[in-house]
Design a binder for this molecule. Structure first.
Ligand SMILES: [Zn+2]
Length: 91
C-alpha cells in the first residue's frame, strides 16, 4: 500500500465514532478554542485567536489538533492508533 494521505482518506466520519470537534490550547497564551476539524485534510497551521501566534504541530504529530487539541485528528481516530496520517514518517 502506498502512503496514505489525509486528503485521500474516505473516512466514515458520520458513523458517530469520530469526534470532529477539538479544543485547541495555545501553548503561548493559554487560550482555548473549540474548533471543528477538517476531515479531508490535516490542519498544519492554526492562528491563535488570543495572541495571534501561528501554532504548528509538535515533532511527530501530523497536525495542530494532535499536538494542542483535546482530541486527535479524524485520520488518527479512524486509524485507531497514533500512526502518522500524512505519510510524515520523516527521516
Ligand atoms: Zn496564543
Amino acid at each position: 500500500m502506498p502512503p496514505t494521505l489525509c486528503s485521500s482518506l474516505a473516512m466514515p466520519v458520520l458513523d458517530g465514532r469520530v469526534v470532529l470537534e477539538s479544543t485547541l490550547s495555545c501553548p503561548h497564551c493559554g487560550t482555548t478554542k473549540l474548533e471543528t476539524m477538517p476531515t479531508d485534510a490535516c490542519q498544519f497551521f492554526y492562528d491563535c485567536t488570543g495572541c495571534s501566534a501561528v501554532l504548528r504541530p509538535n515533532p511527530g504529530d501530523c497536525c495542530v489538533f494532535c499536538s494542542f487539541g483535546t482530541v486527535p485528528c479524524p485520520p488518527i481516530q479512524a486509524s485507531g492508533s497514533s500512526r502518522p496520517c500524512c505519510g510524515s514518517e520523516s527521516a
